[in-house]
Design a protein around this ligand. Sequence first.
Ligand SMILES: [Zn+2]
Length: 434
Amino acid sequence: MNIEQVTFNERLQLLHLLQFSDHSHPSDFGADEDTKETLRALDVIASCIATGFEGELFAASLDPTTIPPTIILSKTGAITEEDKNFVSLFLDAFTSPDTRDFRQVFPVLFARCFMSMKIRMQNLYEAARRYLCHHTALLNSYQPLSFKEEFPHFHLLHPNHDDREFADTFHMLFADIEKVASSPFHRDFPVLSHANYTRLHVLSVIIASSRFISVQTDDVFSEKTKAADELRRCLERIKQYVGGVNTLIRRSRQVFPDGNIPVRWVASPSAAAERSVEMAMTPWIALKRLGFNFDAGRQQSIVTQFPSFERNWQAACRTRIHAKIAVLRYFHERGLMAPGRCAIGCSEECCWCCDQWMSRYNSLYSMRYISSSASTKIRIDWGMSGLVPVDFFIQEELGSSIKDRVITRRRKRDSTLSEKNKLGKIEESREDDV
Ligand SMILES: [Zn+2]
């Protein structure tokens, strides 16, 4: 088996520029309630550590072989002293006898993570705006049930609400999101920021449980369902953070009664932590290494179809072992065979390659690792795990996905004449050269 880092990154970049998108969710298999709850808790831990810097992801898992279980943490990128110090501070705040709920932990989280909190608020605001664009007509023609049935949690905002009008209330809640999202949220205003984040949490709980949000989706995929799904996801992210922290505070008292939480950071060996990789100078050379030798005319037809294909090609990148892979490798090296499903939480959706890798690892080694929602995002900086059978499989998978992408139009040949000519050419070249 011949695998090289550069082949990996070139293939990932080709797929990215060929606008590859895979909606299969390999890690999305059923888990019992206990595992799901653990997964949610681990997602919250990873989210609480995340600063919001682009590409800086954290993963969290539990090593159940120690008593009490050890929290395993990893990061995409170099782990710093600041990361380690923050985690100690954060866990102390969780288990302190003075901590009752999110309110007492907020200053610690806010000092480090205000940027990621702000991103979450901004995302909710954008999603709410898009949702209203697609649903206002429906909202105005909607026949509401009683106010209590439409907004079962409205009392969190106002104790007396029986005589409110449905559509006005809905618009008022959305206007409130906009107001909160545009208020100052910065280190210099901790009290106001806390008030704003808490208000957004209450608004999210009310809107997420509203009847209109839960019933208004089309059966088929459309911009409307996409906007509704996106809004639900953003509401959940806000709810998960505050609600999740409260749950963690309660649970950590049960699991770690003496307040002592063992933590272990796992990192890639320093030599492999970050590597500079020189890739082909052009995508055509990278394609040639895969067996596609396109002439100028054929290259042009690809560029017509994917305008950024040549323009956005990068000849170098820095690779890192992604946080999720670092956790899996840590467990693998210690021969940990979890009896049940083993959850790995992430600060945000990782990448397509990590999901594929975990799925292949599970089937090759009969393991049952799970993580939250799968990602379709391709990250070019993916560093090989060093576990040859799985890396090899992924490398082959990348190669065949690129081939599919370049010759896949066979089925669509009949659709239009120009499409037929353009894609026929791509296909011919493949048949000639391989
Ligand atoms: Zn990843």
